[in-house]
Write a protein that binds this ligand. Structure first.
Ligand code: AMP
Length: 189
């Protein structure tokens, strides 16, 4: 099974992806985590990406598409992938369809974790506290821009997936365990 966890920054995509990895043996492909690893390793890509991430903007589509394409090796796709933070643009979504089709696969579910925007600032603040500020983009100012980019570039993917009849929604305002139960219900239905 191949799924996308969809939602704005702070919706809980990473948390829920990690639970699915533990419970179902699927593989999480988080482009944000991959980029942060490149930054930590100080690769040329990491150095370029850091400025973009710190400004709350998007890393170019070609870079992101190649990153996911390379990550989808045969072992990974055999386990089923959870895409977390990808796709974020229509070009990425279309490239993903091609990548999966080229491997004889398809997307099973796109799960939108719905949250009220007002809570995101509080969540990002507590994540910054929990992670000791290790994410330089976890602050109110950059979040404002990340939300703008989400509305302008990423939210338009919702109708794209609704039309394909694979868009499902869960209530992300609930406790982590309750959100997880809803996601599992979607995956088992
Ligand atoms: P995330 O951890 O998913 O919130 O991603 C952190 C940051 O990495 C984003 O704000 C973007 O700057 C960058 N990023 C992550 N995934 C993508 C993507 N699919 N396309 C473009 N930029 C991305």
């Amino acid at each position: 099974m191949n799924i996308i966890l969809f939602g704005p920054p702070g919706a809980g995509k990473g948390t829920q992806a990690e639970k699915l990895v533990a419970e179902r043996g699927m593989v999480q492909l988080s482009t944000g985590n991959m980029l942060r690893a490149a930054i930590a390793a100080e690769t040329p890509l990491g150095l370029e990406a850091k400025e973009i991430i710190d400004a709350g903007e998007l890393v170019p589509d070609t870079v992101m598409i190649q990153m996911i394409d390379e990550a989808m090796d045969s072992d990974t796709v055999a386990k089923g992938v959870i895409l977390d933070g990808f796709p974020r643009t229509l070009a990425q979504a279309e490239a993903l369809d091609d990548m999966l089709a080229g491997r004889g696969l398809a997307l099973d579910n796109v799960i939108e974790i719905k949250v009220d925007e007002a809570v995101l600032f509080g969540r990002i603040e507590s994540r910054a506290e929990q992670t000791g500020g290790s994410r330089s983009d976890d602050n109110a100012e950059v979040l404002q821009q990340r939300l703008k980019v989400y509305h302008d570039n990423t939210a338009p993917l919702l109708p794209y997936y609704r039309e394909k009849q694979i868009l499902k929604q869960v209530d992300g305002m609930q406790q982590i365990e309750a959100v997880s139960r809803q996601i599992n219900e979607v995956l088992d239905s």
